[in-house]
Design a protein around this ligand. Structure first.
Ligand code: MLT
Length: 217
């Protein structure tokens, strides 16, 4: 089947109807192919929806513009966040997802737009595994994230995201009502095998998986 034009270049790989749809959001310089293997490893058989960020920084795809490292163009972030939410609504119809709320798996820049999606368009995501996110912005009023499950994988030695940023994001999302788990991995900003283990454990224990047990937190 030809990929429908939903506003963002993307790949969609259908999976088992009983599993949540994984929304895979790559880091700066990545693309729609990058996180497909991670998604399959995290929750085997889950449908995977993987868009490519539209913004180019020196030829590298991103999900929104930044003015400098860690300094975001907030107008662009807002607009791109709504664009991504609209893409998800279009994908729901195009791929017959029946209103199942996707679970975001975002790395770095992808984790930042996923966090922005939680704050600006609550109700769109059912959960999020945020790998090395920052606080994208602090909203004037808190959204209602009741029932949303979030895991933050933060790097103990991340040179881009100091520990207080990860703690502040966990606090912000928790204050908004999300069930947040802040998990520390021993590495820096790059993905490590520990991220996969911690992500698998989160999916296994959370109610996002049909094999759900009692969440460990
Ligand atoms: C961002 O711009 O979203 C963060 O600095 C992470 C990155 O992409 O390097």
């Amino acid at each position: 089947m030809a990929t429908p034009d939903l506003g963002l270049i993307h790949r969609f790989l259908p999976g088992a109807p009983g599993l949540p749809v994984l929304l895979l959001l790559h880091g700066t310089g990545g693309d729609e192919h990058d996180l497909l293997p991670l998604g399959e490893a995290l929750l085997p058989g889950a449908p995977r929806l993987s868009p490519r960020g539209k913004v180019l920084e020196n030829g590298m795809p991103r999900f929104f513009r930044r003015l400098a490292e860690g300094v975001f163009d907030l107008d662009d972030l807002r607009n791109r966040t709504h664009e991504l939410a609209d893409f998800l609504e279009a994908a729901d119809k195009a791929y017959g997802l029946n209103g199942r709320k996707p679970v975001a798996v975002g790395f770095s820049n992808g984790a930042n737009i996923a966090a922005s999606l939680l704050l600006l368009r609550p109700g769109v995501l059912g959960g999020a595994l945020l790998i090395r996110p920052m606080v994208p912005f602090v909203p004037e009023s808190l959204p209602d994230l009741g029932g949303v499950l979030v895991q933050i994988n933060a790097g103990q030695a991340d040179p881009l995201v100091p520990p207080p940023q990860s703690e502040a994001l966990a606090q912000l999302l928790g204050d908004a009502g999300a069930s947040v788990r802040l998990h520390w991995v021993s590495g820096g900003h790059a993905l490590t095998p520990e991220d996969l283990d911690a992500g698998k454990a989160w999916f296994g224990f959370s109610s996002l998986s049909p094999h759900a047990g009692r969440p460990p937190w």
